[in-house]
Design a protein around this ligand. Structure first.
Ligand code: GLV
Length: 312
């Protein structure tokens, strides 16, 4: 029996097994293993993770490919132009990870500004000598300005959280400076990028990695941030010039950096590990059981629907 659906991993929840009952020609085979490469010419659907890029060369043997499902909202690891030109559908998981990712961005922000990592380390080291007026003073957020890059669902969900803790919110996105961003009950202003950077005490990234946003936060742009600004990145590492951010941290210009994503994952720039005032997580934005199950459901529904509608 030739393989029709080739997934590199089992996913969280029952949905991929359900799909396998419907399409018994589904196999789980490790990414870029010999068996995976061997199966490519016959497959109609591929399932990959965000850490498993596909190139045009990978896809060339896939003469029957109808759909690629990625277990992520981001699709920057897929050759989108190539797929579009060949009518190959891309199914990703928008919507269902909005709250989980916005929650994690807020977690990073609060952990960073309230020095949670240092407090925990102090207590666990046995060195805590008791309450003191100036012990591990952090930075308050109420009344400060949060600049958000990207006004999609996650950026807007983060904006509502930032407002809830008393911050002012401004956006930069590809729309420019037109209509304000709709946050449900309220709206928020869009600013040109340089203006936003100059006024952001906190900068949180929620835009996709595209040709336009790759390297967007260059050394020059980061230098526009006010003294002591905090940067939170739960989007993609490639948007920020990491070396420049590390240098600004060492120089004291940036107040702190909270990261869930890196330019090279999992092989992150080792300089992050010794940079001061950081909270570093291993790409956990969508990592709640509920969210990962919903992502599986959405992905499997999408694959099923493409395979059925293509009459195969
Ligand atoms: C996470 O980074 C995702 O794209 O789902």
């Amino acid at each position: 029996m030739s393989i029709r659906i080739l997934s590199t991993s089992a996913l969280v929840g029952p949905h991929i097994e359900d799909l396998g009952r419907e399409f018994p020609e589904l196999r789980i085979v490790p990414y870029r293993s010999a068996a995976w490469t061997e199966a490519l010419p016959g497959v109609q659907a591929l399932v990959v993770l965000l850490s498993e890029p596909l190139t045009e060369t990978d896809l060339e043997p896939c003469a029957n490919l109808k759909v690629i499902g990625t277990y992520s909202v981001g699709t920057n690891h897929l050759p989108r132009g190539y797929c579009e030109a060949r009518g190959i559908h891309i199914v990703s998981t928008p919507g269902v990870l909005t709250n989980a990712t916005a929650d994690l961005a807020l977690t990073l922000l609060l952990a960073l500004t309230r020095r949670v990592r240092e407090g925990e380390a102090l207590l666990r080291s046995g060195q805590w000598k008791g309450w003191a007026p100036d012990l591990l003073l952090g930075s308050g957020l109420a009344g400060k300005t949060c600049g958000i890059l990207g006004s999609g669902p996650i950026g807007r969900a983060f904006a509502r959280r930032a407002r809830a803790i008393g911050m002012k919110v401004v956006f930069w996105d590809r729309e420019g400076t037109g209509e304000p961003v709709d946050l449900g009950a309220e709206t928020a202003r869009r600013l040109p990028l340089d203006d936003l950077l100059r006024s952001s005490n906190v900068l949180s990234l929620h835009c996709p990695l595209t040709d336009r946003t790759r390297g967007l936060l260059s050394r020059r742009k980061l230098a526009l941030l006010p003294e002591g600004a905090f940067i939170i990145n739960t989007a993609r590492g490639g948007i920020v010039d990491e070396k420049a951010a590390i240098k600004l941290l060492h120089g004291g210009k940036i107040g702190g950096v909270g990261l869930d994503v890196y330019e090279n994952e999992p092989d992150i720039d080792r300089q992050w590990l010794t940079a001061p005032r950081t909270v570093l997580l291993p790409h956990l934005g969508s990592a709640t059981r509920e969210t990962r199950e919903e992502m599986s459901r959405l992905l499997c529904d999408g694959i099923r629907s493409v395979l059925k509608s293509s009459g195969t």
